[in-house]
Design a protein around this ligand. Structure first.
Ligand SMILES: Nc1ncnc2c1ncn2[C@@H]1O[C@H](COP(=O)(O)OP(=O)(O)OP(=O)(O)O)[C@@H](O)[C@H]1O
Ligand SMILES: [Mg+2]
Length: 373
């Protein structure tokens, strides 16, 4: 666990970080975002004791970081610095081996660890270990920077724009790779980015900084639902309702399964459902020959025949798909619903109306709106 307690840094008369307090629980990722010059790198450098704070202190696992020897502290913190910063005259293997060597590991153990890390960041060890940084692409160098920071398996990682300066596809690949690793490693991470989408994807919590001050620190869901002020709302963008779509899975939004009615006596079953207070819910109707169609329960009320409103079942999505994917598939197929069904599960129907209702409920009554955002 990392706790920043009122830390600040002045350079002459200028306060790069004014007074910042923040707590990052063990195994979680806190993403710091904010405009250029708002103090993100300065905060990272304070945590790693590359610079001394003018005010405040940092607690790592409850211990004041000043009580620890700087070398020990740094060994427990992997630092991916902005612009990668590999040593140009050292090979990839030597770069990655930096901390293990300082720590005095045996050569054989170092060699094994280097190869293991190269595999972990998806670089072929045989092909890459003896190369120099200039012989790699930007994205490959960023992977080496990450491997170097992870080399001695530190419990804490500071990652300063680790995936910047690569194309969007490589960036997404690196993000996914790191998320997979983090699920296993459960490190405590401070991650800096300029990209709010990256922050939403990578962060358990997001800290928004402006001119050396913390403006809001919340989970991505909370931040998108309730931006504290206009600065945060502007930073997130006007499309926050669309960004929210990425955060919820179709499975969790569908909630209940769709009732399946038999076509022969559908009216009786419609009445039963309505007596139970169900009205505007999607239902599936199965014909005698096993064909399935979907309707809104309301449409079936007092109907004798279904023929003129018949709608075949829409495409099926995994419950883990995001509601953004669900919406995209509805638009693509000119349909108002998708079927959500995991293996061996009863089907659920996610409708356009329900997505609209769900997102609106999350976005509504925010303090931002009251302020006229
Ligand atoms: N050693 C220094 N001496 C004087 N001013 C500094 C020093 N280091 C940083 N600053 C100033 O402190 C402010 C914060 O810098 P910092 O590097 O923390 O910004 P940042 O949020 O990381 O920005 P970016 O997104 O561009 O990386 C900037 O205005 C910078 O010019
Ligand atoms: Mg910076």
């Amino acid at each position: 666990m990392i706790r920043l307690q009122g830390i600040g840094k002045d350079f002459g008369n200028f306060s790069a970080v004014k007074e910042l307090s923040l707590e990052i629980p063990e195994g979680q990722t806190c993403v710091m975002v904010g405009p250029s010059g708002c103090g993100k790198t300065t905060t990272m450098r304070i945590i790693n004791r590359l610079i001394e704070p003018t005010r405040g202190t940092v607690y790592i696992n409850g211990e004041d970081f000043k009580k620890e020897k700087v070398e020990n502290l740094r060994r427990n913190i992997g630092y991916v610095i902005q612009e990668v910063g590999l040593f140009p005259h050292r090979t990839i293997a030597e770069n990655i081996a930096t901390t293990p060597r300082l720590t005095g590991w045996e050569e054989e153990k170092i060699k094994q660890r280097v190869d293991e890390l190269l595999e972990l960041v998806e670089l072929d060890p045989g092909e890459n270990r003896d190369k120099f940084p200039r012989q790699l692409s930007g994205g490959q160098r960023q992977r080496v920077g990450l491997a170097r920071a992870m080399a001695a398996d530190p419990p804490v990682m500071l990652m300063d724009e680790p995936f910047a300066a690569v194309d969007p596809i490589t960036r997404e690949h690196l993000q996914n790779m790191f998320l997979r690793l983090q699920r296993r490693m459960k490190k405590t991470i401070v991650f800096v980015t300029h990209d709010i989408n990256e922050a939403i994807k990578m962060g358990d919590q997001i800290a928004i900084l402006q001119e050396g001050e913390l403006i809001q620190c919340d989970t991505p869901e909370e931040l998108l639902a309730r931006p504290r002020n206009k600065f945060v709302a502007d930073f997130i963008g006007v499309d926050r309702a669309i960004k929210i779509l990425d955060l919820f899975s179709a499975g969790e939004v569908v909630g209940t399964r769709a009732p399946v009615l038999k076509m022969e006596n559908f009216q009786e079953q419609v009445e039963q459902l309505q007596q139970k207070g169900k009205n505007n819910i999607p239902v599936i109707v199965e014909s005698g020959s096993g064909e399935k169609f979907w309707f809104n329960l309301e449409e079936l009320k007092d109907r004798v025949s279904l023929e003129e409103i018949i709608r075949p079942l829409p495409i099926t999505l995994e419950p883990t798909s995001s509601i953004k994917v669900a919406l995209a598939r509805m638009l693509e197929h000119n349909n108002e619903a998708v079927l959500v069904q995991g293996e061996g599960e009863e089907p659920g129907l996610l409708t356009l109306g329900w997505v609209r209702h769900y997102v609106h409920r999350i976005c509504s009554t925010t303090p931002g709106e009251e302020e006229g955002i």
